[in-house]
Design a protein around this ligand. Structure first.
Ligand code: HPA
Length: 247
């Protein structure tokens, strides 16, 4: 079963025919909200709003372990994350969709592993390629079939938030090789790998990152909502294709 974790701009899936909701408890605490089960086309999917259904949980307070653990418990076999980002590269302006292939993690102080505590063995996961290549390919193919333009590959810089970055921080991320910046990609991706769940992401560029493009002097929030709304309609079409629906 496909799991979809929706971020800002995607607190519900309009294309989802909801069949039931389930509150799941985990050894790591409570997930961001009830899991929403339903169908897209012929496929059963489970949806979780990363920031809660009322968008009340900030990125640094999301219980990523509980979210991944809950999805795993209910039988998810792969996870697609939808997450908004700031575009660092000049060609990644607002409204761009991108399937990242790499991550640089600048977050700190988050619970980022299932393997801790006295009883846990020291465990190192391979994370050379943080995203699952066949799920990435499936997303790219679904976008192609839906006629939606999407960028294949990009380096995602995960920042702590909730504040946005300084222009100098963005320059540093760019020097490090980052193309987009967001606040929720980690530890989510690493926890999915620890849980053995193939994981890939669709990044939606909500704005140019600080000091770039029309965010040269400040990031204007007024346009972000409209940008996300338009882009999420395209994300829905891609997810419907991924689920085998020929729209
Ligand atoms: N920075 C970090 N996270 C984000 C941004 C940004 O500019 N836009 C959307 N999520």
């Amino acid at each position: 079963m496909l799991a979809i974790i929706g971020g800002s701009g995607l607190t519900q899936l309009s294309s989802l025919e909801v069949t039931r909701r389930q509150i799941v408890r985990t050894p790591y605490g409570e997930p961001s909200g009830a899991l929403i089960f339903g169908r897209i086309g012929a496929s059963e999917v489970v949806f979780l709003a990363r920031h809660g259904h009322g968008h009340t949980i900030p990125p640094h307070e999301v219980n990523y372990r509980a979210n991944v653990s809950a999805l795993s418990q209910v039988g998810a076999t792969r996870v697609v994350s939808v997450a908004s980002v700031g575009g660092i590269r000049a060609d990644l302006g607002p409204g761009t969709l991108l399937v990242p292939h790499q991550i640089i993690d600048y977050t700190w102080g988050r619970k980022m592993t299932f393997h801790e505590g006295a009883e846990s063995q020291v465990t190192h996961i391979d994370f050379t390629d943080p995203y699952d290549e066949s799920l990435r390919a499936a997303l790219l193919e679904a976008a192609r079939a839906a006629g939606e333009k999407i960028v294949d590959g990009g380096v995602y810089a995960a920042t702590q938030g909730p504040r946005l970055e300084t222009a100098a921080e963005i320059t540093r991320f760019e020097r490090d090789g980052a193309d987009v910046v967001g606040m929720t990609g980690m530890p989510e991706a690493a926890l999915a790998r620890e849980a053995g769940l193939p994981y890939a992401a669709i990044n939606v560029v909500a704005n140019y990152a600080a000091g770039r493009g029309d965010s040269l002097h400040r990031i204007e929030f007024t346009h972000i909502e409209a940008t996300l709304q338009g882009a999420m309609a395209r994300v829905h079409r891609i997810l419907s294709r991924l689920c085998g629906e020929v729209a």
